[in-house]
Design a protein around this ligand. Sequence first.
Ligand code: AMP
Ligand code: MG
Length: 404
Amino acid sequence: MDPIEVVKARELAATSTPPPTAIETLPLAASHGRICAETANARSAAPPFANSAMDGIALRHSDVKNLLPVCGTVLAGHAISTLPVGQCMKIMTGAAVPRGADVVVAREQLEFIDNNARIDGDVRVGQNIRPAGEDFAIGVPVVEKGELIGVSHQAALAATGHHQVQVFARPSVALVTTGTELVSPGESLASGSIYDSNSIMMASIIQAAGAKVNLYRVDDDVQATRELARSVSAQHDAVISVGGVSVGEADVVKDVVCELGRLNLWRILMKPGKPFMLGEVNGRPWYGLPGNPVSSLICFLMIVLPSLWRLQGREKSFPSGLPAHLQTSVRKRTPRLEYQRGQWAREGDQLIVTPVSAQGSGQLSGLTTANCLIELAANTFEFAHGAVVTVYPFSQLLPGNEHV
Ligand code: AMP
Ligand code: MG
């Protein structure tokens, strides 16, 4: 099986991932961060009636020139009243504009003399009135199927007469970490062992991407990996494994996936992350990330993330990246497309980016100071100071996460 390009791998991963089938009805208050499963249209207009945007008086525009007797006051929450001809009513923000009135003049433009109002300055018809349905007319879409529900969507749904919303069920992901050398944080390190740093990173990022995750750990052992692969693939919507997909003698994951299911792709023309594997077991997609933490993360962000969006019904296209000027010259050693970790910033009307110092695929120290990935094109080896490269801010890939 030949290695393929990053963009093709991302597309293949997404197209071999099934869309969600289960839908839940949630109270609006519990819907934040979920994906809308059915377009929700406005059940009531917002605002439901014409109301005042200011504290002031409501009147007929044809009466503007007169000293107008004030015949009452309308507050927010009062039922809609009727304005007698030749008079005005005091009105407060959010109160229903009385029938007959076609303008609200703000308090700042008014002088009250006894019980009459005089208006200073220009006034135009409709001023300071929020017409019924100005924000949402009845029947217009408020949140579309496939959209991520944010706080603004929750508010818009509430304003248009919804108290619950249909969302796709959260997909469940089995995170399988492989490696006989791994020890959980908190345990003591035996000779030759290292702390498992990847599980915690991948579990958090999978949840940040909207899925539920269960963690499993397995030694580099074919039989144990086979048994675990059978059971987790039957119990989850997808499997993400870490490690064991390279060409070493202990790399058994790929063989097990081949044996129990099917291999759809192995190896990507990128650095780091070359050994990435895509397959399926029990009809469930299996994304095999390489074990080095930086490689794992980059494969997850650049290849697997859109598959997780698809698994939960989210309609979102992959960000196209931003052009930024390199602040140093960069040389790369392989013809493969390369993702370096960098720090981007805005300088005037352009973006600038500097690679961080530790670029090893196992070096988390570089990652902790980075806020983006820098894409260095395939088949180019030298990038001059000032050259324009594409950067992927982490905040674009995982909104709300400036650092990963
Ligand atoms: P592998 O892809 O399994 O060959 O692993 C590549 C490198 O990543 C090796 O140095 C592993 O020890 C390391 N590695 C694999 N899994 C983890 C993990 N969960 N946490 C930290 N390092 C890991
Ligand atoms: Mg390993």
